[in-house]
Design a binder for this molecule. Structure first.
Ligand SMILES: Nc1ncnc2c1ncn2[C@@H]1O[C@H](COP(=O)(O)OP(=O)(O)OP(=O)(O)O)[C@@H](O)[C@H]1O
Length: 287
């Protein structure tokens, strides 16, 4: 199987193409190579999760797809072109849910959601407010929440407002950094339900970083594992778990992986377990 194969629930159309990517940070102690010749293709319609040990560069990879950071070498293409700088217009292509929401504390809920549209300066104020209200309801919040300040929101509501802001320009690609981190189990389940229905209804392509195995198995149609400074394997959960690597063994088959594995055997989402036509591990070209 090669990097152009149709994988997971994707259509085969490549939305994000990463080739020969090197990420190097310089410090007084010397150079830190985070990614070395990393390849990864992400296909339209899939929910691809990035997993890996701490410091393997998952968040940096999301930031490179968003255009917030640039690799030392190699290529990142998003929807056929290099990611734009993080501007209002790039928000039309890529939405990002940051780990802690990253809401503006001085703005109301509605003004936070409307922010990217307002920055564009193309629409009249009443249309901007209407669009923000639609998104507020899309993420399951009521209009009466619109005037609240972020300080008055629960953790789950902050995630929802941040998600509404990420979707305000109807981007086809959504990046999620630890979407359920900090939420209690019930709120995490609710947020996963919301993400699953938005993914389906809006036809989104989703790239997610998560340490939470329940979220991983609940939402992913494909999993890419970062280790040894590259993507060592990308495929369905079963494919990935079968790939021989110490990190995978420890992550999925160690103590905390057991519960999620049991859920997998008891009837986890079919796309995750069995894969769709063309799904499978990609150990060679995705490396
Ligand atoms: N701007 C930066 N300058 C220097 N080093 C950085 C910078 N951003 C990230 N790093 C380093 O790059 C490595 C990868 O960071 P990153 O946050 O992507 O890891 P991660 O895989 O998301 O980790 P975690 O799972 O712990 O969140 C880390 O060692 C981090 O310290």
């Amino acid at each position: 199987m090669n990097g152009n194969s149709n994988c997971g629930s994707g259509t085969g159309e490549t939305v994000v193409e990463i080739r020969n990517l090197w990420t190097v940070f310089k410090s007084p102690e010397g150079e830190q190579v985070v990614h070395r010749d990393l390849d990864l293709s992400i296909y339209r319609g899939e929910v691809l999760s990035l997993v890996g040990g701490s410091g393997t560069g998952k968040t940096v990879l999301l930031r490179q797809i968003l255009g917030l950071e640039h690799p030392a070498k190699g290529q990142v293409k998003v929807l056929g072109h290099p990611p734009g700088r993080m501007t209002a217009t790039s928000a039309a292509e890529v939405g990002m849910l940051f780990q802690h929401g990253a809401l503006f504390s001085a703005f109301s809920v509605l003004d936070n959601i409307a922010f990217p549209l307002r920055e564009l300066k193309l629409l009249p104020e009443d249309l901007i407010r209407d669009a923000a209200l639609v998104k507020l309801q899309m993420v399951g919040l009521e209009p009466r929440q619109a005037t609240k300040s972020p300080a008055d929101l629960s953790g789950g509501m902050i995630k929802r407002v941040a998600l509404a802001r990420a979707l305000i320009m109807d981007p086809p690609l959504l990046l999620l950094d630890e979407p359920t981190a900090g939420l209690d189990p019930e709120a995490a389940d609710d947020f996963c339900d919301l993400l699953r229905s938005l993914h389906r209804e809006l036809g989104l392509t989703v790239v997610m970083v998560t340490h939470d195995l329940d979220t991983l198995f609940d939402l992913s149609t494909r999993i890419a594992v970062l280790a040894d400074q590259r993507v060592i394997v990308a495929g369905t959960a079963r494919d990935v778990i079968a790939y021989p690597h110490p990190f995978i063994h420890e992550y999925f088959l160690g103590g905390r992986g057991q519960r999620a594995m049991e859920a997998l055997h008891e009837g986890a989402p079919s796309a995750l377990v069995a894969g769709r036509p063309g799904a499978g591990a990609v150990p060679s070209t995705e490396r």
